[in-house]
Design a protein around this ligand. Structure first.
Ligand code: GDP
Ligand code: MG
Length: 745
């Protein structure tokens, strides 16, 4: 018997609308079912009808009125909706709870996105039970709707005790209750009376006056909350009236009037000259001040929150509801915008974490650009969606969102700076080293200080441009002055280390030079020993024996050579900005090393075989040449033995002389300790590391200067003496033989 929509079983139980897919939305959505449960499919329905994305560009109308007064019929006619209507022959309630449907009429002038709520009518016969729902649905409608349509029979107008008057009383009461707390917004609503079965005998103007008087009476009879005692009905409501002829008796007129009425559902504005009481709202019923300012994408959540409060009989506090809604939606929107943010930022975070773990730092390309885009896209999206909600909440949530993003972006930025730092320092060090190497290869004397200066500039520029390209302009955390200072310090530290290395290389070069110089000059001195009288070959007449002053000469040679090396070293070191302390340490090391070089050279010359050879040459020189330097031809009459003994004794004197590095006149060791000097204060452990201890200089060595300058020990001397004597004996025997042989010739 019911012409119910297909998804509404007649046994009174409604399937949860929408759960089987969007097909069920054909008849709208049941927002509140007869069990007073809220149906969250409303959100899906708003998505499905694309209202959810309309921001504030939507409207809500609620229809009230007694049972079976043709409300649903009217809505279907006005908005081409498909609300359930009662079959003519039956008298049974059809609309259960609250249904909502989007306007499907395409009448040109109607506003976009009109949402119509068909509210379960009160049945005059069973009012007691329905009163609770009437109150709840009134509250719900007032909290959500701009326009409240009240359907009323013409013959009921003026019946003050009628069901409609009870309904209006309820509406006024809950309105006071609702907007008492919300003084700021002073929400207004339009009460739109539709007088049905209008005969036309009484002008609509008269009916309106009667209704207005009745409402004034009701308003007066209300016990108003404190502070609102003198409030007027006009403070909260505007009124509009339309009369419609009987649908069944005058179907054509009904249709015509409905079509006319439909054109009123468009965006209106308040005309200052217009008397609200006389106004027919011809210019549109949707005045901006009626709008509840709930963004469409939050409407479902808001409606649910409001309904929950109503059902639990809690004080419905709309500002609180709006704040709660704002919090909920802002969080939701925040999560949504973070999805896009993550898509851009997560890969960067992963890449950075990986390089940090492996220690192979790399710069993330276009970091600043990507971060700027990710952040501003998120903020813009958030602003667009969430900006419509409660300002305070929106601001707070926006700050939260920005803080959350900035924490991650800052970490990326810091990571990037770390990478730029590591890479920059490494690059600087490598560049300097390779330039030095190239300079060494060319053999030209390269300018170390200049290399460092140039490369430092390059390194600083690289860091600065990397940092700049990784920053987000205008954000306080996106600066790097401190990091730049740290980087500069690190470059200075590395420069100092590189300079130290360069000093070492220089020291090595100078040492090498000292070694080759000493090898030559000291070698000559020792070679001279071979001729008992200085020089090689035949001694010149009257020449002094070389032996006596050998150590004096070697010491002078040595100190002069080192002095020259020091001058070269200091000049070069100063050219690359080495400090006086560093030069001092370098010279100290050079002296010690040079002494080592000299000792090694002397030890080489004094190796048993070498020395024996020199002694033998020295001896032979004295034995086989006369004072004039003329070779002797031995004759049996010669005092071979005497000459032999003299020459041998003379050469033997060399052994103790050569055994100790001593001044020829004072007999004391060279002033090695004074010459090397104290260890400079600036010398580090690293500077000492490769140094050989020197007796008499390094006290803890436990070796005296005497010992340091002792070249041959007692045992060696004795051994050498024995071996030399044997060699000399051999020469003597040979001389003897040659003397005898000369005679036999
Ligand atoms: P609702 O309960 O207020 O939604 O009423 P319905 O739209 O379901 O209609 C209830 C009954 O009133 C149905 O039998 C309709 O045919 C009938 N009806 C519809 N329009 C009119 C009208 O303009 N005048 C009268 N007298 N009856 C109507
Ligand atoms: Mg109905």
């Amino acid at each position: 018997a019911l012409t119910a929509p297909t998804n509404m079983p007649v046994n009174g139980h409604f399937a949860s609308v929408g759960q089987n897919g969007t097909a069920n939305f054909e008849h709208g959505v049941q927002v509140i079912d007869e069990e007073k449960e809220f149906n969250s499919d409303l959100a899906k329905y708003l998505q499905f009808t694309k209202v959810a994305h309309s921001g504030f560009n939507y409207h809500v109308i609620s229809v009230f009125g007694s049972q079976s007064t043709g409300k649903s019929t009217l809505l279907n006619a006005l908005f081409k909706t498909d609300f359930g209507v009662m079959h003519e022959a039956e008298r049974k309630q059809t609309t259960k709870g609250i249904w909502l449907s989007k306007n499907k009429s395409t009448t040109g002038k109607m506003s976009d996105n009109i949402l119509v709520m068909d509210v379960e009518g009160t049945d005059g016969r069973e009012r007691g039970e329905d009163q609770d729902f009437e109150r709840k649905s009134s509250l719900f409608a007032l909290a959500t709707s701009e326009v409240l349509m009240v359907n009323i029979w013409e013959h009921q107008v003026g019946l003050y005790q009628g069901a409609n008057m009870g309904l209006l009383k309820t509406v006024f009461e809950v309105n006071l209750q609702l907007f008492l707390k919300d003084k700021k917004s002073t929400s207004r609503s339009l009460l739109y009376f539709v007088v049905r079965d209008f005969l036309g005998t009484t002008p609509l103007q008269n009916l309106r006056n009667t209704l207005m008087q009745d409402m004034a009476k009701i308003w007066q009879s209300l016990s108003k909350p404190k502070g609102l005692e003198n409030s007027s009905i006009d403070d909260y409501f505007d009124f509009a009236f339309t009369a419609l002829p009987h649908k069944l008796y005058q179907p054509e007129q009904f249709t015509r009037e409905v079509e006319k009425m439909a054109t009123r559902f468009r965006d209106g504005h308040r005309d200052a000259r217009r008397d609200p009481l006389k106004s027919e709202f011809e210019n549109g019923v949707f005045l901006p001040e009626y709008h509840r300012r709930i963004p469409a994408d939050g409407f479902s959540h808001y409606a649910e929150g409001v309904w929950d409060q109503i059902v639990e009989n809690k004080d419905l506090d709309l500002p609180t509801q709006q704040e709660l809604l704002a919090q909920f939606r802002c969080d939701e929107i925040s999560r949504e915008v973070m999805v896009a943010f993550d898509a851009l930022v997560l890969p960067l975070e992963t890449a950075q974490a990986n390089t940090a773990r492996t220690g192979e730092f790399t710069l993330l390309a276009d970091l600043g650009k990507v971060m700027t885009t990710a952040r501003s896209d998120a903020v813009t999206a958030f602003e667009t969606e969430a900006g419509r909600y409660h300002k305070g909440v929106y601001q707070r949530k926006r700050t939260e969102l920005e803080t959350k993003m900035d924490a991650r972006l800052k970490a990326l930025f810091t990571g990037q700076l770390t990478a730029a730092h590591k890479l920059g320092v490494e690059g600087f060090s490598n560049a300097v080293s390779s330039e030095v190497k190239a300079g060494q290869k060319k053999g030209a004397s390269y300018d170390f200080a200049e290399i460092v200066k140039t490369q430092k500039k390059v390194a600083l520029q690289k860091f600065d441009s990397a940092a700049k390209a990784s920053a987000i302009a205008g954000l306080s955390w996106s600066t790097y002055t401190q990091e730049l200072t740290l980087y500069q310090k690190e470059l200075d530290k590395v420069s100092a280390q590189l300079r130290k290395d360069e000093m070492r290389r220089l020291a090595t070069r100078v040492e090498r030079w000292v070694r080759s110089k000493l090898t030559d000059s000291v070698g000559l001195e020792f070679n001279a020993l071979g001729s008992g009288r200085g020089g090689t070959g035949a001694p010149e007449k009257g020449a002094q024996p070389v032996e006596k002053g050998i150590w004096d000469r070697i010491w002078v040679l040595f100190t002069k050579t080192v002095q020259e090396a020091e001058t070269r070293f200091a000049a070069r070191a100063q050219s690359f900005d080495a400090s006086p302390e560093e030069v001092e340490v370098g010279i100290w090391r050079l002296r010690r090393k040079a002494w080592g070089v000299l000792r090694a050279k002397v030890d080489e010359e004094m190796m048993e075989g070498n020395l024996l050879l020199k002694l033998r040459e020295n001896f032979e020189d004295k034995f086989r040449y006369d004072e004039e330097g003329v070779p002797r031809i031995w004759r049996p009459t010669d005092d071979i033995e005497g000459l032999y003994t003299k020459a041998r004794e003379s050469t033997l004197q060399l052994i103790p002389l050569l055994s100790k590095f001593r001044h020829s006149e004072t007999g004391s060791p060279p002033p090695l300790d004074k010459w090397i000097g104290h260890q400079p204060a600036a010398a580090t452990a690293a500077d000492e590391e490769d140094l050989t201890p020197i007796g008499g200089v390094d006290e803890e060595e436990g070796k005296s200067l005497e010992e340091e300058t002792t070249i041959l020990n007692e045992a060696k001397r004795q051994d050498l003496t024995v071996r030399f004597k044997k060699a000399a004996d051999g020469v003597y025997v040979e001389a003897k033989r040659s003397a005898i042989g000369g005679m036999t010739q």
